[in-house]
Design a binder for this molecule. Structure first.
Ligand SMILES: *Cc1c(COP(=O)(O)O)cnc(C)c1O
Length: 428
């Protein structure tokens, strides 16, 4: 057992890097000199391989024109399905249970439109009070579209402490009135990882369908959606999957639901053999591809080819292992270096309950975040008092984690944050 004080030494960080089996992936990314980027859970960095994949798509357009749909190494007509198959190992699904399409919010609309089937008394949607607002807005509008008042029909499980959700509370809310449950895999503020298999089993035991928002877990944590029987899931690809701003989202539908009509139908959800027959009778694909709507955003999904190849090479287990080590190291350093500075770690300490980032709470979080940024450490601020720090397994080094804490310590000891205004920017 190494004593905890060993962790404090710079040499320890350098040794961890030397022993890191994923260290080689860092070179594939564009990392700004001197900057410690800990915001990969909001927008992942660009890799050379993602860039090359995008340039290849542009070149296909340049040289092939319309024939890019059917010719070349990655004919655009099959791109969403091919990227879905490449994403499937990340979520533990069959290749045809995943498609790359839409965005997080659009996919939730699509899936709620298909899977929310109110019948008699069973007519409510169960969500939680800590979820990302966009998910809640989508569910509210889905209810309104069915003539149901969200004030009565959207049930939001309460948090006991404003940070975490208790699985028992969620299960207790699974009443006979609930038709559909939508929850995040990992909470975007605290980084709590919910017990997905347990919640899925409890929902199904009560005849309730359940879907998950995987924005904060896909690319950071392995999943076994098919094995757990999760009905559907959706996620973005611009966070841990590094597909670029506005990159196309992903969705999973368990194969037991194949053949169900998509809620929002469009011609790209057609059986591929039938699509160009141009008939007015819709024949949906018997795959997750049925949930596509219109023409895929080819250029916004192209970077994923390069990015997903790296995930296949690195392996999700190794990524999760490094991510857990780095978040644990970060929390240990904060405990030891900043004991009396008013920080509270607002993320679970237990590995099996923690996602990919550490949430650091402080009354001066807004000003501290600005000071961090000015001193070369890029955090993510979430009002009113949360600083999120995400070491990303594919490109963050242990030495960077160590440096970030050194910078934070200086900012606190010298009260450098007092030079900044207590307000947030437009985006974070
Ligand atoms: C990032 C994120 C979103 C964003 O939705 P978009 O449709 O991609 O803008 C939604 N939900 C959660 C939980 C997120 O973390």
């Amino acid at each position: 057992m190494e004593s905890r004080s060993v962790l404090l030494k710079e040499a320890h960080a350098l040794q961890c890097d030397a022993e890191d089996g994923l260290a080689r992936f860092r070179e594939a990314f564009y990392i700004q000199p001197g900057i410690v980027y800990l915001d990969g859970n909001s927008l992942g960095l660009l890799s050379r391989r993602a860039e090359e994949a995008l340039l290849r798509a542009l070149d296909d357009w340049k040289t092939r024109g319309i024939d890019g749909w059917t010719e070349g190494d990655n004919p655009w007509f099959y791109q969403a399905e091919r990227l879905g198959a490449m994403s499937a190992p990340l979520v533990g699904a069959e290749p045809d249970e995943v498609v790359v399409s839409g965005s997080t919010t659009v996919n939730l609309h699509q899936l709620a439109a298909a899977f929310f089937c109110p019948e008699g008394k069973r007519s409510k949607i169960l969500a939680d009070e800590l979820n990302f607002p966009s998910d809640i807005y989508a569910l509210q509008s889905q209810l309104r579209l069915r003539g149901l008042d969200p004030a009565d029909y959207l049930v939001r499980v309460k948090s006991r402490d404003g940070r975490y959700l208790a699985e028992e509370d969620i299960i207790a809310a699974m009443t006979e009135e609930v038709a559909l449950i939508v929850l995040p895999t990992v909470l975007y503020k605290s980084g709590q990882l919910l017990d997905i298999p347990r919640l899925t089993a409890e929902a199904h035991a009560r005849g309730i369908l359940i879907g998950f928002d995987g924005c904060h877990s896909v690319g950071a944590i392995p999943h076994r959606f098919s094995e757990w029987g999760v009905d559907f899931a959706y996620w973005c690809t611009y966070k841990y999957l590094n597909s670029g701003p506005g990159g196309v989202g992903g969705l999973y539908v368990n194969r037991k639901h194949f053949g169900r009509l998509p809620g929002l139908a469009g011609w790209f959800g057609s059986d591929k053999e039938k699509q160009f027959d141009m008939e007015h009778d819709f024949t949906p694909a018997r795959t997750a591809g049925a949930y596509q709507i219109g023409t895929p955003h080819i250029l916004s999904m192209a970077p994923l080819f390069g990015s997903l190849e790296m995930f296949a090479e690195a392996g999700m287990e190794a990524i999760r292992d490094k991510s857990l080590r780095q978040t644990r190291y970060l929390m240990d350093l904060i405990d030891m270096e900043l004991p009396d500075m008013g920080f509270v770690i607002g993320s679970p300490r237990e590995d099996e309950r923690r996602g990919g980032h550490v949430s650091l709470e402080h009354p001066e979080a807004a000003r501290i975040s600005q000071a961090l940024k000015a001193h070369g450490v890029i955090p993510d601020f979430r009002a009113p008092n949360v600083i999120r720090l995400a070491p990303v397994a594919l490109y963050t080094s242990y030495h960077e984690v160590w440096r970030a804490v050194q910078v934070l310590k200086r900012i606190m000891q010298e009260k450098l944050y007092e030079r900044y205004e207590n307000k947030r920017g437009v985006v974070t």
